[in-house]
Structures are given as structure tokens and as C-alpha cells.
Write a protein that binds this ligand. Structure first.
Ligand code: DON
Length: 588
């Protein structure tokens, strides 16, 4: 199959998802041009755009922009709607990272709304009575996995600095949809049955299954009056309405009374939560500048390492998804993921040699181990400070949750935000109509491995390491060129890094870049995306020494590219249900 043909296959998938999502009895959706999932996406003329994982969320964001709202205003509306319509992925009960660009101030700000462990948490948070770590699902479905949610506090801080419309107004679309209902999408329906026993959990019972224990089918009109109440309170009272008062009490009650392994979160933990503004990691890649999220996310640093490690190779001369390109990105990923596993965690708790890890000389030396004719195999972490680390590495898993959206407003302000409740429907606990995250399972469940501390071990007040990689790219003149990010657990880094190569080295349009077939190597197996032509490369990649696994790879890349004439070009991952909307193709 040719490259063009398999992209067309993606296009068909994306279009089918779009059509299914748009039919039924729910609120009427705009009759948009079908460029979500289309490899030959038309350029979208329009000064403002939202690309998100759900059409109702994109529409809510665009409506805010059309009322004169800023990119941050739209982000708040999008997040509120996603809480309702994509509850398996993100919501106000979770955390997020937001990268903001203002052309007026010429500043990038990295907002950190990552969940925090309750003050009473200890490194033994996920150890059983015998000192053994819980198995993953036991840890997830517990009160102990719930971190103090950060999304609302972070959005409120960003709104104070960049908001134009009143805070309360931004919740209106989500309140209306919660009351009137929305149609369960095929993906939401699939997620209800993905994890065995979800119907028996507090969240499953409360919202997603009927009295007979049957999950609501696609097209079912799902209402969430409890969420409408919570959103009304947050709209009226601001973040205080979430972190104190009745909503906070409901969160603490759900965590402390969890059916298994209750958590220690208190009202004080909620009242004292603070988002952080961090210095973005902004580094050159060829003629571009790439900005990503610093710790506690490992995303920005690891994506940047991958790019630096391939910078010495003429990637532009290689075809996208060619054996040579896949091999080089794979080798760089092995090296970068090895460093990530050992060094990256919450920099407020652990000393991270970030400058040394991103040092050009260090990475140039690491890159000398990359050969074009043979894989380097499993990579060891480097010694950026020339000292042997006394830490033990930590690797993570992924689930089909989390969401990324990208927004550009009429003044060119941009928001690239990745948001998550971590696992599918988070901890499976619910409070006030929204899902409570299980973000604390992003810590290493075992605080000590082989007698050595893990940097990403749990601790009171600590933020678990993330892989979320909301990214901004700037051109040689310092103008915003593109913004993108993805869900996918620790695979996020690989999805985003490859998309960035597509945008910068191969000059792909945003839709083609997000639809590129995936290949992921987290310093182990080389995973190739099932159902795409990239699997045809397996024999040659095996000959280079890679151990191959063919499997579905579930990203959710949503991005926007700014063309030289100011035109915005959207991309929505055909593997999800999302859409990029701008003035031109949205309902009047
Ligand atoms: O913060 C993180 O990196 C993870 N909690 C994100 C989880 C995720 O992307 C789930 N997978 N699609």
C-alpha cells in the first residue's frame, strides 16, 4: 500500500467517526466541512480556531472566541464541556498543563495544574501490608490514587492573566449541555466496557450504566444534573467554589469513603492547592524554536532530547515513515526515554539536572552512539553531570484517556493544553457529577527498586511525573508556527516528537502530520501501528536489530498550524472523535 493510500484509509476512519458522532437526538451540531480526519484537509481561513477531541467542546470554544473571548477563555469552555462529554479522559476532577503564547508580550508561559498528593501521603502510598506494591488496577481503583485536582485552579490563574470574558459566562455551554443532555459517542460507549467491572464502581453506577447494568449505547441522551450544579457553583464562586465548600466536601467524602483503600485527602489539601507558573523549556531545533512543558512533566525535556539527538541527521532528506526515518527517531527515543526513566520527576522535590540533560554537548555525545546500520538496543541512561546516579529508573503505562486541545484566538494568542484524569474514568470515583482522577498512580508504585530510590516515588504534596507534552513551535522570526499535543501516557512523547519532525523537517500540513502512522519506542520494543502501511517496514527494521510489536496506538493529536499569511490550518487525530473548527466552517 502506498503512503497516500494508507493516509486515505485514516481519512475514511476519521470521517466515519465524525458522521456517527453527529447523528441522533442531542443538540444540533454545525454542518461543518468534513476536514477532520481528511488527509487532504483544506486550509481553513479564519483568524481563530479550536481543535479538540470532541465536536461539542470545539464548538463551545469557538463560540467563546466569536464572542470576543481569548484563547484562555475558550480553553475554560472547552475543558468544562470535555468534563461532560469525554469524562473518560479529562475533567475538572483532574489536572492539566497549559502552554500559553502571547504575541503582544512575546512570552511563553507554562501553567502547571498537575494534581498533588495529599500532605499525609508517604512513599509507601501504594504498598500493601506486606510491603509489596499494589497491582496497577487495585492502585487505580482506590481513594489513594486521587490527587488534589489542579485543572480549575490553573485555569483560574490563566484567566486572571489572559481572560477577557467573565469567568461565569465560560461555563454556560457546559451547564446547558449537562442539563439538556448530549449523545453518548461510540468511543465513550466503548470506554464504558473497556475495563471489567466499571459498571459496579461508584462512577459507573452513577452515570454510565442503566439499572440493569447495561452501558448506555451510542446516541443515548446522557444528562448530568449533578455536574450542572457543580459547574454553576464554580461559575458563581470562582475556584473557591471548587476548593472549599460543598464540592470540596463531596470530593473528600468520595476519597475517604472509597470502597477500597480509602485515601487521606482532607479539606485542607484542597484549600491549599496552588497551581504554578513554570519556565517553559524552549530550545532551538534547526531554524525553529520548540517550547514544551518542564517538570513535573517529563514531556518537554524528553521531546527536546529526541529532537536534539536527530538534529545531526538530514531528516528532511528522508521520506516520512521510511525505514531510515523510523530507525533514527527510534534510536533517539531509546536514549531519551532512558534518561527520562532515571532523572525526571517533580523538580520541587527532586534535584533534576535539567540543563545538563538538555546540553547540546551532552546530547551530541549521546548521538554518536546512533548508527544507521544497526540498533543500539536497550539504552542506558547517560551521566549528564558526569556523576553516576544513585537512583533507580521508573517506567510507566498508558490508557486510552487524556485529551489535548489547541486554540488560537483572533489576536494570535495561543493555548496548547493537555488535560487528564489519568486512567479511563480516573479512579472510577465520582463527586459532584465529575470523575475523580487517579493521577497518583503516575508515581512509581514502588518507592525503592533494587535498593535504590526512584526519583518519581510518592510523597506528601508532591506532583507525580507526567508525560504530557503540550508544545508550541516558533519560526526563525519568532512567530508562532504551530501548536500540538496528545494523550497516550508515556507514548505521548513519541507521538508528539514524530509529529514535530513531520511539521518541521517534512513540511507536512497539520492534518497529515497528526495522521502519520505511529511508531513508538520507549527504550524497549519498537511498536508499529496496526492497520497502517508502517507495519510493512517490520522485516527491515528487524534486520536493523529492533524487536517489533504491531499494535493499535491510540493517540489524540490536536493541533493548529499558522501559515505565513496568517491562515490557520487545523488537524484532528483521525483515531479519535475530534474536529478542528474555525469561523469559516462553523455554524454562524
Ligand atoms: O500525565 C500523564 O502523563 C498521564 N497521566 C497521561 C495519561 C494518558 O495519556 C492516558 N492515555 N492515553
Amino acid at each position: 500500500m502506498t503512503y497516500r493510500l494508507f493516509l486515505t484509509r485514516f481519512a475514511a476512519l476519521g470521517l466515519a467517526a465524525l458522521i456517527v458522532t453527529g447523528c441522533g437526538n442531542g443538540p444540533t451540531l454545525p454542518d461543518w466541512a468534513p476536514f477532520s480526519g481528511a488527509a487532504d484537509s483544506p486550509k481553513v481561513d479564519g483568524p481563530q480556531m479550536v481543535s479538540s477531541a470532541n465536536p461539542l467542546a470545539s464548538q463551545a470554544g469557538l463560540d467563546v472566541l466569536k464572542k470576543g473571548g481569548s484563547a484562555v477563555d475558550a480553553a475554560i469552555a472547552v475543558q468544562a464541556v470535555l468534563t461532560l462529554v469525554e469524562p473518560q479522559s479529562s475533567g475538572i476532577g483532574g489536572g492539566a498543563f497549559l502552554m500559553h503564547w502571547s504575541p503582544k508580550t512575546q512570552k511563553v508561559i507554562a501553567y502547571d495544574g498537575r494534581e498533588k498528593a495529599p500532605a499525609a501521603a508517604t512513599p509507601e502510598l501504594f504498598l500493601d501490608d506486606t510491603g509489596k506494591p499494589f497491582d496497577f488496577l487495585t492502585a487505580v481503583r482506590s481513594g489513594r490514587s486521587v490527587g488534589v485536582p489542579g485543572a480549575i485552579a490553573m485555569l483560574a490563574e490563566a484567566h486572571e492573566e489572559h481572560g477577557r470574558l467573565p469567568w461565569a459566562e465560560l461555563f454556560e455551554p457546559a451547564i446547558t449541555l449537562s442539563e439538556q443532555g448530549f449523545e453518548v459517542s461510540p468511543r465513550l460507549n466503548r470506554m464504558m466496557t473497556l475495563v471489567p467491572g466499571f459498571g459496579e464502581t461508584p462512577a459507573g453506577k452513577a452515570l454510565f450504566f442503566d439499572a440493569d447494568g447495561t452501558p448506555f449505547p451510542p446516541g443515548h441522551l446522557l444528562k448530568n444534573p449533578d455536574l450542572a450544579d457543580s459547574l454553576r457553583t464554580i461559575a458563581a464562586e470562582g475556584p473557591e467554589g471548587f476548593y472549599t465548600g460543598a464540592i470540596a466536601e463531596k470530593i473528600v467524602a468520595a476519597v475517604q469513603n472509597a470502597p477500597a483503600n480509602p485515601g487521606a485527602m482532607t479539606l485542607e489539601d484542597l484549600a491549599s492547592y496552588e497551581p504554578k507558573k513554570r519556565e517553559a523549556i524552549c530550545k532551538p531545533y534547526r531554524t525553529w524554536t520548540v517550547c514544551g512543558m518542564p517538570p513535573p512533566s517529563s514531556g518537554g525535556a524528553t521531546v527536546m532530547q529526541i529532537l536534539s539527538l536527530i538534529e545531526g541527521f538530514d531528516m528532511a532528506a528522508l521520506a516520512p515513515s521510511s525505514v531510515e526515518a523510523v530507525h533514527l527517531i527510534t534510536e533517539a527515543s531509546r536514549l531519551a526515554y532512558a534518561d527520562r526513566a532515571l532523572y525526571l520527576a517533580d523538580s520541587d522535590f527532586v534535584e533534576i539536572p535539567l540543563d545538563a540533560l538538555l546540553d547540546k554537548g551532552y546530547l551530541a555525545e549521546r548521538a554518536t552512539t546512533i548508527r544507521t546500520d544497526r540498533s543500539l538496543g536497550i539504552a542506558k541512561a547517560g551521566t549528564p553531570t558526569k556523576k553516576d546516579s544513585r537512583l533507580s529508573p521508573h517506567t510507566t503505562r498508558e490508557a486510552p484517556s487524556t485529551s489535548h486541545f489547541s486554540i488560537v484566538d483572533g489576536d494570535g494568542n495561543a493555548v496548547s493544553m493537555t488535560t487528564t484524569v489519568e486512567f479511563v474514568f480516573g479512579s472510577n470515583l465520582i463527586a459532584g457529577g465529575f470523575i475523580l482522577n487517579n493521577q497518583l498512580t503516575d508515581f512509581s508504585l514502588a518507592p525503592v527498586v533494587n535498593g535504590r530510590q526512584v526519583a518519581n516515588a510518592p510523597d506528601g504534596g508532591k506532583r507525580p511525573r507526567s508525560s504530557m507534552s503540550p508544545t508550541l513551535i516558533f519560526d526563525e522570526q519568532g512567530n508562532l508556527y504551530a501548536l500540538v499535543g496528545s494523550p497516550g501516557g508515556s507514548r505521548i512523547i513519541a507521538y508528539v516528537a514524530k509529529t514535530l519532525v513531520g511539521l518541521m523537517d517534512w513540511g507536512l500540513d497539520m492534518q497529515t502530520a497528526v495522521a502519520l502512522p505511529h511508531h513508538v519506542n520507549r527504550n524497549g520494543l519498537l511498536e508499529l501501528e496496526e492497520g497502517t502501511a508502517i507495519v510493512d517496514l517490520a522485516p527491515e527494521l528487524e534486520r536493523l536489530g529492533h524487536e517489533i510489536k504491531i499494535r493499535p496506538l491510540n493517540s489524540g493529536l490536536h493541533g493548529i498550524r499558522v501559515l505565513p499569511d496568517g491562515t490557520l490550518e487545523g488537524g484532528a487525530d483521525p483515531r479519535r472523535e475530534g474536529v478542528a473548527l474555525s469561523d469559516r466552517n462553523a455554524a454562524p
